[in-house]
Write a protein that binds this ligand. Structure first.
Ligand SMILES: Cc1cc2nc3c(=O)[nH]c(=O)nc-3n(C[C@H](O)[C@H](O)[C@H](O)COP(=O)(O)OP(=O)(O)OC[C@H]3O[C@@H](n4cnc5c(N)ncnc54)[C@H](O)[C@@H]3O)c2cc1C
Length: 452
């Protein structure tokens, strides 16, 4: 059986390894347009300030190591076309055309950072953060830089901002939206803005970039409001799935490939996984686009198992994510009240600030919580948290969401307790037991808000 996998990172190589483990006579060919296989993009921001000493430390396994295990792992092979009827993948290796037949195909081509169609994007010192070669170029440019402008306000933008500040560079962040981290509700995003300001990041919100000025190298960012001098720009305004060659497959609004729970696309013998697919969100009950490494690894594994005829199912995502931003952690799982409004779900939202550990224990810090619960049924729908001790609460809540739990169920959970780890009432229990009828509760119904 001939297996061809396009894309040599998280999703692609997770699948390749499952096929290798489960099919004795598998001929596995993996096609990667770059030169580097299986690396941890998630670690790239921490290379900027030296927390991780070299981008090469992020490489989990090289193409050579995969070849030693029996996978025909090719580099510099860019797929440009797929003949889905004849089952042949076509593309270029350097300047030479190649055509490789498949019995089963996995598309795991990920996503690329978007570079909007602005004036002056050809200028030097305008960077994106996605691959190791890009990071090496950025590190080189940063040696001659005092001031950096970061465009965007999502998790990559924020992680990069923190790393640049800890390198003691001057940093300006420009974002067209009204808040940092649009994945959380604005009430919690205020804490993120305050943290940026505490660390002397200049934040410009509601500013639409139109282009860049410079002769050879960027010298200023131009927005609809003004022009801002800078030495270097990092564009982190979003990503787009790499699916140009897959127009014959059913695709979602942003071009992401639609797959079923077995990672099968709309055509026979063609699977897809990772950042190039739309992800079924089981809280929203619909497709979504949540491009994360955790999902790419899981989906790749499941695609590989199904391609090896071991039936396996991907249930979907709940939008669970976390990031570090200076002294804060920012986490989310499930839906926000904004999402609930868009989905026309009747809900209550509960907000609460607690100590992340016992109030009398050293280094206690606040955790700000915002919980969304379905009206009447009290089914848990989502949690956002900003502050300290966020990872534990978000993951407990994600587990509760996966189990379809209600607010009273949450109160029944037997949490661990000791002062260095939480209060005798864990912050999640505090918020649950205050329901209903206290001043901390804000009830909303389809956009109409009222204090209880
Ligand atoms: C800076 C940064 C920080 C991140 N932090 C986190 C985090 O903290 N937590 C988290 O969960 N996720 C994080 N992510 C996201 C995570 O890295 C991605 O979700 C994950 O890498 C997706 O894996 P993938 O295999 O689907 O795609 P990719 O990793 O993008 O791999 C796709 C591969 O396909 C290759 N390819 C594309 N087109 C072709 C073609 N036509 N022919 C041949 N090869 C092709 C590409 O070169 C690439 O190597 C981060 C990403 C970045 C950039």
């Amino acid at each position: 059986m001939k297996y061809v996998i396009v894309g040599g990172d998280a999703a692609g190589m997770s699948a390749a390894m499952e096929i290798l483990r489960n099919v004795d006579d598998a001929e596995i060919t993996t096609l990667e347009r770059g030169e580097i296989y299986s690396y941890g993009q998630c670690g790239l921001p921490y290379v900027i300030d030296g927390r991780i000493s070299s981008p090469n430390n992020l490489i989990a396994r090289s193409a050579l190591e995969f070849r030693k295990r029996g996978i025909d792992a090719r580099i510099q092979h860019e797929v440009q076309e797929i003949d889905f009827e004849a089952q042949i993948v076509k593309g270029l290796y350097r300047d030479e055309a190649f055509a490789i037949p498949y019995d089963k195909l996995l598309i795991a081509t990920g996503a690329s950072p978007t570079m909007p169609n602005w004036e002056g994007t050809h200028l030097a010192n305008i960077h994106t953060v996605k691959t190791i070669p890009q990071m090496n170029e950025l590190l080189e440019s940063l040696q001659h830089t005092r001031h950096v402008t970061v465009l965007g306000a999502g998790y990559i933008a924020l992680e990069v901002v923190e790393a640049l500040r800890s390198r003691d560079l001057q940093v300006r962040l420009i974002h067209r939206g009204k808040q940092l981290m649009s994945l959380i509700d604005e009430q919690l995003a205020e804490h993120v803005l305050a943290e940026a300001q505490k660390y002397n990041v200049e934040v410009l919100l509601n500013e639409q970039v139109t282009g860049f000025i410079g002769t050879e190298t960027v010298e200023a960012v131009v927005t609809e409001q003004g022009s801002y001098p800078t030495d270097l720009v990092i564009v982190a305004t979003g990503v787009k799935p790499n699916t140009e060659f897959a127009a014959k497959l059913e695709r979602w609004d942003n071009g992401a490939i639609i797959v079923n729970e077995h990672m099968q696309t709309s055509l026979p013998n063609v699977y897809a996984a990772g950042d190039c697919v739309a992800h079924f969100n089981y809280i929203k009950g619909d497709y979504d686009y949540v491009a994360l490494g955790t999902t790419a690894n899981k989906q790749g594994r499941i695609a590989g198992l199904n391609m090896a005829d071991k039936v396996s199912r991907f249930r979907g995502v709940a939008g669970t994510a976390i990031l570090k931003f200076f002294d804060l952690a920012i986490g989310m799982t499930g839906i926000t009240s904004n999402d609930a409004d868009k989905l026309d779900i009747a809900y209550d939202v509960y907000t609460h600030t607690a100590n992340h550990i016992a109030g009398y224990y050293p280094n206690v810090r606040p955790i700000h919580l915002r919980m969304v619960v379905q009206k009447n049924t009290q089914k848990l729908l989502g949690l956002q948290a900003v502050g300290a001790g966020v990872d534990k609460r978000i993951d407990v809540f994600a587990t509760a969401l996966a189990a379809g739990m209600t607010l009273p169920d949450l109160l029944d959970i037997d949490f661990s307790y000791s002062p260095p780890f939480n209060g005798v009432w864990d912050p999640l229990l505090q918020i649950a037991k205050r329901v209903p009828g206290t001043q901390t509760i804000l009830t909303q119904f389809n956009g109409g808000a009222s204090e209880k």
